[in-house]
Design a protein around this ligand. Structure first.
Ligand code: GLN
Length: 196
């Protein structure tokens, strides 16, 4: 059975752990290096990317995590986690780190202050029916490199902002799939983590 970690420095960890278990994985919170070493794949949850960046440094995890990701560990960033996977972050804090796992430019809090959160049924490449997506102070993707596949756009229109991407072993979603009650993206990631 594949072991999938959830970075547990901050953010909505418990919901991801439950959804991963429901998808047939062994799920473990990751706070220290020995725990990172024990997982086959990692979810970086929603929360606050600037805080998570600081805690990654404080817990001596930033370097080891960047190395695991470079070595091809499957990784999925949701919301703040998407920001942490980006190569370039717009509207971030100047001292905020990101892992550069996906060749993309992400804008923090892109949907604007007034629209703190919203929900919609998104068409996602690879899913047979629309996905109930919950956005909370969400980022969006402004630019992607050539190896990055766009999986969904807000509003389901061809010129809508990009809100889900995949690049090889890395997946990123602007929304919170762990709160919508739909396990299909967790199953997709468990499949990726299992080498499918
Ligand atoms: N706005 C947050 C950030 O910049 C992300 C919000 C979330 O993860 N729900 O990290």
């Amino acid at each position: 059975m594949v072991t999938v970690g959830v970075l547990a420095l901050q953010g909505d960890v418990a919901e991801h752990l439950r959804a991963l278990e429901d998808s047939g994985a062994r799920a473990l919170p990751v706070r220290r290096l020995a725990e990172l070493d024990a997982v086959d794949a990692l979810v970086i949850p929603g929360g606050e990317s600037t805080t998570m960046s600081k805690l990654l440094v404080a817990f001596d995890l930033l370097g080891p995590l960047a190395e695991r990701v470079r070595d091809g560990m499957p990784v999925w960033g949701t919301c703040a986690g998407m920001i942490l996977l980006a190569r370039v972050v717009l509207d971030g804090r100047p001292d905020q780190h990101s892992l550069g796992a996906i060749d993309m430019t992400v804008r923090r809090n892109a949907f604007g202050r007034q629209v703190d959160s919203y929900e919609e049924y998104l068409d996602v490449v690879g899913l047979d029916a629309p996905f109930h997506a919950v956005f909370i102070r969400a980022p969006w993707v402004e630019e992607v490199g050539s190896g990055v596949e766009v999986l969904a756009r807000a509003g389901n229109t061809p010129d809508g902002p990009v809100v889900a991407v995949r690049s090889g072993h890395a997946l990123a979603t602007s929304f919170h799939p762990e709160v919508g009650g739909d396990g299909r993206l967790h199953r997709l990631f468990v499949d990726m983590a299992s080498g499918n």
